[in-house]
Design a binder for this molecule. Structure first.
Ligand code: SAM
Length: 284
């Protein structure tokens, strides 16, 4: 067990500082004060954060902390904390750790006994949720679905019967395919797309998945997708039920199994002869 008294300890702190998701007016006075006061800012993209610092006259040195250097930079951050230096972690937008880098260094700092202090502010998921008009709690934050179609469908299958309003992040390039997969797996539920939040062209598109699919090609920019929870109870369903034989085999191939092994697994799961799967996969 560990108890952190955030403001009653002498050790160095790791601050997790929110930054705007599009509107600089969402930079809070406390966020600015903390970024000015720390010894170093670890940023997802230092060029991006440099611009933000310039606007708010923050002169603290920056270092990068991102997906590809998180191990070595995490060690470096812990070393600085051990020297009594206070560090702030920021991502490009919103809250660090929420579909953004941060979790590993947070866990390491806690493990090493330092205080990890949130400095809240803008966040796309919760901003979208509260204005969606869908039941706001209980909710499930999912973040990005897998980009690979068969894996995306499998993830949706796993979510199909959970009754909570669910929040997804999605890119405009993949939104159409994602809505099609949602329609196929979840059925025609109510859905809200919150686009360009806090920016000049902020927009909420509220409707059923089918209705939104009809105009999805017009949707650009950053978006949050909120889907109502299931009203159905889970029967004994199989995760691959909505995949055809080829997608089912592809799922295992993408997982790293050989084609033969994948075919064998699919045949076993579907209780059909191996040569039938083989033919479907190789002939088509
Ligand atoms: N850490 C961020 C947060 O707290 O919201 C999220 C970062 S994640 C890498 C980026 C995704 O968040 C985008 O692809 C989009 O789905 C969502 N997002 C970020 N800013 C947004 C905005 N202004 N409007 C709508 N969605 C946004």
């Amino acid at each position: 067990m560990q108890i952190q008294k955030s403001f009653k300890q002498d050790l160095a702190c790791l601050y997790l500082v929110a930054t705007p998701i599009g509107n600089l007016g969402d930079m809070t006075p406390r966020c600015i004060e903390v970024l000015k006061s720390v010894d170093l800012i670890a940023a997802e993209d230092t060029r991006h954060t440099k611009k933000l610092c310039h606007v708010f006259e923050i002169e603290t040195p920056l270092t990068s902390y991102h997906e590809h250097n998180k191990e070595s930079k995490g060690d470096y951050i812990i070393e600085l904390l051990s020297e009594g230096k206070n560090i702030a972690l920021v991502s490009d937008a919103g809250l660090p750790c929420i579909s953004d880098p941060g979790y590993e260094v947070v866990a390491a700092a806690i493990e090493a006994g330092y205080a990890v202090i949130p400095v809240p502010g803008a966040n796309a998921a919760l901003s979208a949720l509260i204005a969606s008009g869908l039941v706001p709690q209980p909710f499930l934050f999912y973040g990005f679905l897998n980009r690979v179609k068969s894996k995306k469908k499998k993830e949706l299958e796993d979510l199909k019967y959970q009754p909570f309003t669910t929040i997804y992040y999605e890119s405009p390039h993949r939104i159409k395919e994602t809505l099609q997969a949602m329609l196929e797996v979840l059925g025609n539920r109510r859905l809200v797309i919150a686009r360009e939040l806090t920016k000049q062209y902020e927009e909420f598109v509220r409707g059923t998945i089918e209705e939104v699919l009809e105009m999805v090609d017009e949707l650009r920019g950053e978006m949050v997708v909120i889907v109502e929870g299931s009203t159905e109870k889970k029967e004994d369903t199989l995760w691959w039920e909505n995949l055809d034989v080829i997608e089912h085999v592809e799922h295992y191939v993408e997982e790293g199994y050989s084609t033969n092994e994948s075919i064998k697994r699919v045949a076993k799961e579907r209780k059909i002869p191996k040569n039938e799967v083989y033919r479907a996969y190789h002939v088509n």
